[in-house]
Design a protein around this ligand. Structure first.
Ligand code: NAD
Ligand code: UFG
Length: 336
């Protein structure tokens, strides 16, 4: 049995491929490398000593995807491929809808023709919009304020309709909180293009001297120190959540939705402090205006994933900062 991983060369995908191979699963990856580098997969192969069947191509290429299902005995699909920059999604919404929604529908159609009906989808805590309270559980209302978030929400709805129409599908929507960190080896990690949008890669580029100063987006939120609070989760814990989701799908659960977070919230200032400890450096920062669309506080209720998936995040904030720092110092220019 073989697992098809879409977007498997990317940040979360490459860490998940590594864990799948370590668990002796056969893995096929399709990735157009629009936001990644094949080097990530070469390194995963060298860490695990295992082969990855890699197809460089676009998920919208029906011929290519169909051919993958003809050639390999695919059992399940883990679907990471997608565009993920919130700001960019406001500028080029059609590109986001085509790449995220149309590509997902295309893969699902091809799966159906090959009678493969086990699907794990990368959703996001962004589907909770601005939550009325924290921790956020899976039955909180959903909403979206930008095309990226809307694409995640629409795909969840497409999957719900698909399941209603044919309940022989087994579908897991995993709502990730804030993935950070890198594999312990320091050989794979997050390699953003250009100026990082997210906090952790920005801090680590300041620490390594690639950027001068971190802008902290607001210190007047209703949180314990006024800066935004998020649920940072180590990417290796997150990757392991996907293996648990595949196990769950084997038990024929129908359609399930789980938060993947730690249940703990850390503020921007706490993250800076934690990173300073890991890197043994001071991170220069200044407080600036709030970033449009940001919310004050977001962290997960983790009970459902613990009870039903048998999964819980184990790695700490210092694992996240130490591992990010190791990856950053070993690869100051990412995979290039
Ligand atoms: P990433 O950009 O590193 O990985 C996505 C991969 O998909 C890339 O390798 C890219 O080249 C590939 N890809 C994109 N469109 C494609 C297409 N049409 N055909 C083939 N390949 C394509 O992103 P990531 O951080 O690893 O995120 C993976 C998934 O998790 C995404 O769906 C993202 O929306 C979701 N997610 C990420 C976060 C986060 O903060 N990183 C949070 C919540 C959800
Ligand atoms: N922040 C700064 N300065 C920066 C970057 C971020 O102060 O340079 C702050 C933000 O204001 C926020 C916190 O750091 O309070 C985290 O910001 P990120 O951009 O790292 O993460 P977000 O929570 O805004 O969003 C991320 C992903 C989204 C995803 C969401 C929930 O970027 O795609 O997590 O999973 F939807």
């Amino acid at each position: 049995m073989t697992i098809l991983v879409t977007g498997g060369a990317g940040y979360i995908g490459s860490h998940t491929v590594l864990e799948l191979l370590s668990a002796n699963q056969e893995v096929v990856v399709i990735d157009n490398l629009s936001n990644s580098n094949e080097e990530s997969l070469k390194r995963v192969s060298s860490i695990t000593g295992k082969k990855i069947h890699f197809y460089r191509g676009d998920l919208l290429d029906k011929g290519l995807v169909d051919n993958i299902f003809v050639k390999h005995d695919i059992d399940s699909v883990i679907h990471f491929a997608g565009l993920k920059a919130v700001g960019e999604s406001n500028e080029i919404p059609l590109t986001y809808y085509r790449n995220n929604i149309a590509a997902t529908i295309s893969v699902l159609e091809i799966m159906a023709t090959h009678n493969v009906k086990s699907f794990v989808f990368s959703s996001s805590a962004t589907v909770y919009g601005d939550p009325a309270s924290v921790p956020i559980n899976e039955s909180f209302p959903t909403s979206a304020t930008n095309p990226y978030g809307r694409s995640k929400l629409m795909i969840e709805e497409v999957l719900a309709d698909l399941y209603e129409s044919d309940n022989s599908w087994n579908i897991a929507c995993l709502r990730y909180f804030n993935p950070v960190g890198a594999h312990k080896s320091g050989l794979i990690g997050e390699d953003p293009n250009g100026i990082p949008n997210n906090l952790m890669p920005f801090i680590s580029q300041v620490a390594v001297g690639k950027r001068e100063l971190l802008s902290v987006y607001g210190n007047d939120y209703n949180t314990h120190d006024g800066t935004g609070v998020r649920d940072y989760i180590h990417v290796v814990d997150l990757a392991l959540g996907h293996l648990k989701a595949l196990d769950k799908l084997k038990s024929n659960p129908g359609r399930v939705t789980y938060n993947l977070g730690t249940g703990c919230g850390y503020s921007v200032l706490e993250m800076i402090k934690a990173f300073e400890k890991a890197a043994n450096k001071t991170i220069p920062y200044r407080i600036v205006e709030r970033r449009m669309g940001d919310i004050a506080e977001c962290y997960a209720a983790t009970d459902l994933a613990e009870e039903e998936l048998g999964w819980k995040a184990n790695l700490s904030i210092s694992d996240m900062t130490n591992d990010t720092w190791r990856w950053q110092t070993m690869n100051p220019n990412g995979y290039e």
